[in-house]
Write a protein that binds this ligand. Structure first.
Ligand code: ADP
Ligand code: MG
Length: 242
């Protein structure tokens, strides 16, 4: 059974038909890279998956269950489907450690000691345990993004969504974030990553999806996708970014 099953998904912002029928299934442990021009609906698509956006037609199943079912708890859903944004979105008034422990304590009722122990090991895993007592503003962008990843991981997600996690970073910080994502991918995390980092796609993606105009125009394994794109729009897009 697929971990995520998206069936004929449509969304409108008012009159604007932003997602025009997306059907996609993601298996456990799969890593998808989603690319495409600005405005093609990439963010909207992945935000629908953890219910940050409403949609009007079609359905999304997570572990076989419709995410709009009455008995799906939205906090549980968002714990199980973590998301990392372009703009880190850390709580500026909380230390790094508290950013990571907040949700486990509040949403999962985890004892503080246990939450801190887990948080410190996650901060270690993303290479910044020595920053635990600083505030976000005292960290570099790359460090902040790694905190954001640790914060999502603290909820033990089954799926991670990434929405252009390196686009706001200075070039020298991009790799420290991509390396954390590559580790996650190799450890078997199910991931949907909106990114134009094609080196990342080549290294760890199982499939690359190209979106344009609210649909998935084409998709293939990275080798095939880069070597032999089929659609004119994909070819033009690749010409521009590679
Ligand atoms: P991408 O992530 O591929 O750049 P988005 O999903 O952010 O694309 O946006 C797709 C389209 O939907 C864009 O044309 C954008 O202007 C529009 N859009 C995004 N969010 C909203 C919103 N809240 N209200 C109206 N239009 C929106
Ligand atoms: Mg976007």
């Amino acid at each position: 059974m697929a971990m995520i099953e998206v069936q004929k998904l449509h969304k409108w912002y008012g009159d604007f038909h932003v997602l025009q029928g997306i059907t996609e299934s993601v298996n456990k442990g799969e890593v998808l890279v989603i690319c495409g021009p600005s405005g093609s609906g990439k963010s909207t698509f992945i935000r629908c998956i953890n219910r940050l956006e409403e949609y009007q037609k079609g359905q999304i199943l997570f572990d076989g269950k419709n995410i709009l079912d009455k008995d799906v708890n939205i906090n549980t859903l968002r714990a199980e489907i973590g998301i990392v944004f372009q703009q880190f979105n850390l709580y500026p008034h909380l230390s790094v450690l508290r950013n990571v422990t907040l949700a486990p304590i509040k949403v999962k009722n985890m004892p503080k000691d246990e939450a801190e122990e887990i948080a410190l090991s996650l901060l270690e895993r993303v290479g910044i345990h020595d920053q635990a007592h600083k505030y976000p503003a005292e960290l570099s962008g790359g460090q902040q993004q790694r905190v954001a990843i640790a914060r999502s991981l603290a909820m033990k997600p089954k799926v991670m969504l990434f929405d252009e996690p390196t686009s706001a970073l200075d070039p020298e910080m991009i790799n420290e974030v991509l390396n954390v994502m590559k580790d996650l991918a190799r450890e078997g995390m199910t991931m949907l990553c909106v990114t134009h980092e094609m080196g990342f796609a080549r290294e760890v993606a199982d499939r690359v999806l190209f979106m344009d105009g609210g649909i998935v125009v084409e998709q293939a394994a990275p080798d095939e996708f880069f070597r032999n794109p089929q659609n004119e729009r994909t070819k033009n897009f690749l010409k521009e970014i590679l």
